[in-house]
Design a protein around this ligand. Sequence first.
Ligand code: DUC
Ligand code: ZN
Ligand code: ZN
Length: 478
Amino acid sequence: MKAFDLIIKNGLVITAADRYHADIGIKDGTVVALGQGLADADAEQIVDADGLWVMPGGIDAHCHLDQPMGDGAVMADDFYTGTRSAACGGTTSVIPFAAQQKGQSLRAAVDDYHRRSDGKAFIDYAFHMIVTDPTETVLKEELPALIDEGYSSFKIYMTYDDLKLNDREILNVLALARREGAMVMIHAENADCIAYLTELLESCGKTDPYYHAESHSAIGEREATHRAISLAELIDVPMLIVHVSGREAIEQIRWAQSRGLRVYGETCPQYLMLTAEDLKLDGFEGAKCVCSPPPRDEASQEAVWQALESGVFQVFSSDHAPFRFDDPRGKKLHGDKAAFHHIPNGIPGLETRLPILFSEGVVKERIDVTRFVALTATNAAKIYGLYPRKGTIAIGSDADLVLWDAARKSTVRNVDLHHDVDYTPYEGLELTGSPVMTLCRGSVVSAQGEPTGQAGYGQFLKCERPQPARPRGFAKGF
Ligand code: DUC
Ligand code: ZN
Ligand code: ZN
């Protein structure tokens, strides 16, 4: 028997810490050797990566697949099309959400999500939970048991009537997370600010998609971000603020971090590439860019770049929330003249996440490639308890790799993507750099931008209690 199933030869290996030329020896899906001049004769198969960059496969730590919506809208992507698309974009693990409906047990939500994912994924996956109903049973029994079983992160909401928690409920959930060592993600927008502005805009007849952006104000996002941070400080528990859209919220996170709080931040491609002006596209077309929080303005885009560069943000996710545009179960759920607040929220982005950050960030020299790796893979693995199995290239880690052509030019076209959404907000965007081959546990799941893997290959990943979820230890009495 040969020492390796596969050697990836001659590539430039890049991790969040280093870059060096090396061959990678893979056995049983795991990296077992890193060195120069590994012998061809020792491997069943050779891939020559000469001229290519070899990076950890992406981890998309925030995406929505086949998530039941409750209002009649249906997500365009399930685990089959979603993970296929992710693989073609260089991603090897995804962490979507098992969402609890109010009144539902969390266990039932997780079981349902396993049924939805079972046998469908091209790449590996874990679950975050969405906690909408933190009853005594959920807090005292279900969450501790589920965290033990490998669901060590959950998202809570400060807005949306069917999802939001009040401050007291948030405190209860944070205290539980502190006791159990789980990571809390929070959607920080002020629900009453949104409701007030929505009513005001509607009463003036301002109902076009663009007014979604006005109703979800940066001030409301800032207030909620500050409040979330304060609640986490009170309990002394780390927290990750998801999908941060711009300057105001960034200032709050930077302030928290400068005071030594374990507050982490995530942003997404839409906050770099889109502005509120994109919601003004002709007719109903602006609905294609309706997501929450909404894209802001150019100054905010710049602030997001600076926060990526300076380390305010640890995680760069897609927040892929896929709704078809021309579909009565998608963006046109309430017709093509629907008021902005009836448009399903979210945009696609699983496949374009890495290429956009690489092209706009690394090629344009806004961020260094090691930070690119940290933002797209390593930090998510650490923050969600998957490291070092995932998110790096090291002896003993899963052979989750993306071979990258740093010079290849391409243009984003929806027809070339592998999700099941009928548009991309980035149509026509010119990119430099793209994935040439993606391997999940040593198996090639996409090549030259096309899927080569198999549904059902992807495995469910149990997440450990993350190190970054540890409290600082100063709170008394909890
Ligand atoms: N929050 C998300 O995380 N995704 C889509 C819409 C939303 O409000
Ligand atoms: Zn959200
Ligand atoms: Zn989301």
